[in-house]
Write a protein that binds this ligand. Structure first.
Ligand code: MG
Ligand code: MG
Length: 436
C-alpha cells in the first residue's frame, strides 16, 4: 500500500487544533536488545507512528500549536557507513519532504533545540510516565528553560498527557485505516482456515504456529500482532497459554488465538476446532453455545448500543447455557448477579482494536457511563467457555476450552465482520477438515 501522506498530515492538523496552544513532544519506541548484540525486531511506537507514518527508531515528533502551527521531526542522520550495515535511513532532509513536515533536524540536535522550542510555551503535551529515560530527558530540557527565568523566558507550567487527545482520534478509524484492517483481517482469516486443513493428531502445537507465520509473512504482514496461542486440549483453559509445545491428540479441541500486523494494524482472531476434524457430542454442544453467544453479541454492535451491550448479550446466552449444561445452578439472573458464571467465563467479550491489539480509547464516557458505540469504532467480539476439571462439573465436559473471536467494525447499519472469511460453523469446520 502506498504511503498516504494526506492522511498523516490531517491527523497532525487535528491534534494541533485539539491542543489549541502549547507544544507536544512524542518520541518513538527505542530499539530493545534481546541478548548480547541482537535486537528484538523493531516496532515503532503506535502514537508516534499514527501521527507520522515514520518507521525508523531514534525519532521524535514536535508539534507547536498556535497561530502558526508547526510540525517538526527529529530523526537519524544519513550515514553511509551505518547504512551499509543496517540499511536505508531517510535523514532529516528527505524525511521532511517525504513525510510532509515543516521542519526536520538530526536526532543529535534534540538537546540543543528542545529547550529553545519549549521556551515561552504555556502548556506541554507529553506522555509523562510512559518511558523513564524520556521523562528524564524532558525534565532536563524543562530545567534548562527554567534556568533562563531571569532572561524573561518561561517554561510550560502545565503538563497534559498527549495520549488522551490522540486516543480519542485513534478510536475512530478512517477509510484508509479500515482498508488496511480489512486486509490484515483477511490475511489472518486465511491463516486460520489453513491451520484447520493442516492439523493432524500427532503434530505439535508449534507446527501449527508455524503455519500461521508462513501465511502471515507470505501475504505481506510484517509480524504476528501478538504471540500466537496454539492450545490443544486442556491447554485451551489457560487463557494466555503460549508455550505451544504439546502434541495434538485425537479427541481434543484445538484453540488458536492468532492475528497479524499489517502496516501497523492488528487483526485478532480466535477459532476452536477438533483435532480429529469431527466434534464430539459434548464439544459440539459447548461450541454451539459459544457461537450463539457470539452471534448475539455481534447483533449488539451498532450505533444504538453502548460499549458493554455486546458483553451483556453474550453473557446472557452463556449463563443460560451453563445452567442447561448443569455447570451452574439457579436462575439466569441469579447466575449473572452472583458471578457464578465466572468459573467458566472469566474475561470480557472484547476490546478496541487498531494499531495496538488492545487499542487506545476510553470505554466509559466522562460521566462514567459505558460509551455509546459510534460508526468507525473497531472492536473484537470474543466470548468463550473454559471448563477445568472440578467436582461440580460433569466429567464429559472437563478440559473443553472454547473461544470464538472476530474483528468487528461499527457502522451506521449492521456491523461489518472483517474476519468473516475465517470459517466457524460446525458444518464448515468439519467440511474443511475432511480428509480424503
Ligand atoms: Mg485474540
Ligand atoms: Mg482479543
Amino acid at each position: 500500500m502506498s504511503f498516504n501522506l494526506q492522511e498523516f498530515q490531517q491527523r497532525r492538523a487535528t491534534l494541533l487544533a485539539n491542543m489549541g496552544e502549547g507544544i507536544a513532544i512524542i518520541p518513538t519506541a527505542p530499539e530493545v536488545i534481546r541478548n548480547r548484540d541482537s535486537h528484538y525486531p523493531y516496532r515503532f511506537d503506535s502514537y508516534f507512528y499514527y501521527l507520522t507514518g515514520f518507521k525508523e527508531p531514534e525519532a521524535l515528533l514536535v508539534l507547536v500549536a498556535g497561530s502558526t502551527p508547526k510540525c517538526i521531526l527529529f530523526c537519524r542522520d544519513k550515514d553511509m557507513e551505518r547504512e551499509i550495515w543496517d540499511g536505508f535511513r531517510y535523514g532529516a532532509e528527505a524525511a521532511k519532504a517525504e513525510f510532509g513536515f515543516d521542519e526536520a533536524y538530526s536526532f543529535n540536535q534534540l538537546d540543543e533545540m528542545l529547550p529553545k522550542l519549549l521556551g515561552n510555551q504555556a502548556k506541554l503535551f507529553y506522555s509523562l510516565g510512559a518511558d523513564a529515560s524520556w521523562d528524564a530527558r524532558v525534565t532536563g530540557w524543562l530545567n534548562h528553560v527554567k534556568a533562563q527565568a531571569r532572561t524573561g523566558i518561561s517554561a510550560p507550567d502545565e503538563i497534559a498527557d498527549v495520549r488522551k487527545l490522540v486516543d480519542e482520534m485513534r478510536l475512530f478509524k478512517s477509510t484508509y485505516e479500515i482498508d488496511v484492517m480489512r486486509r490484515s483481517a483477511s490475511i489472518a482469516a486465511a491463516a486460520h482456515n489453513r491451520a484447520m486443513q493442516k492439523v493432524r493428531a500427532g503434530k505439535m502445537e508449534y507446527e501449527i504456529e508455524a503455519e500461521f507465520l508462513h501465511e502471515f509473512y507470505r501475504k505481506g504482514a510484517q509480524a504476528p500482532a501478538y504471540t500466537s496461542i496454539v492450545a490443544g486440549g486442556a491447554n485451551a483453559c489457560t487463557l494466555h497459554y503460549n508455550a505451544n509445545n504439546c502434541v495434538l491428540k485425537d479427541g481434543d479441541l484445538l484453540l488458536i488465538d492468532a492475528g497479524c500486523e499489517l502496516d501497523g494494524y492488528a487483526s485478532d482472531i480466535t477459532r476452536t476446532f477438533p483435532v480429529s476434524g469431527k466434534f464430539s457430542g459434548a464439544q459440539k454442544e459447548v461450541y454451539e453455545l459459544v457461537l450463539a453467544a457470539q452471534a448475539s453479541a455481534i447483533a449488539k454492535v451498532n450505533v444504538n448500543s453502548h460499549w458493554n451491550a455486546p458483553h451483556e448479550a453474550a453473557l446472557e446466552v452463556l449463563a443460560q447455557g451453563f445452567i442447561d449444561l448443569k455447570l451452574c445452578k439457579g436462575s439466569l439472573s441469579g447466575v449473572i448477579e452472583s458471578g457464578d458464571y465466572k468459573q467458566f467465563y472469566m474475561h470480557r467479550t472484547g476490546h478496541w482494536l487498531g494499531l495496538d491489539v488492545h487499542d487506545a480509547g476510553e470505554y466509559k464516557d466522562k460521566a462514567g457511563n459505558w460509551r455509546k458505540l459510534e460508526a468507525g469504532m473497531m472492536l473484537t467480539v470474543e466470548p468463550g467457555c473454559y471448563i477445568r476439571p472440578a467436582e461440580n462439573v460433569p466429567k464429559a465436559l472437563w478440559n473443553i476450552g472454547i473461544r470464538i473471536e472476530d474483528d468487528v467494525l461499527v457502522t451506521t447499519a449492521d456491523a461489518e465482520v472483517l474476519t468473516k472469511n475465517a470459517i466457524k460453523s460446525v458444518t464448515d469446520i468439519e467440511s474443511i477438515m475432511k480428509k480424503d
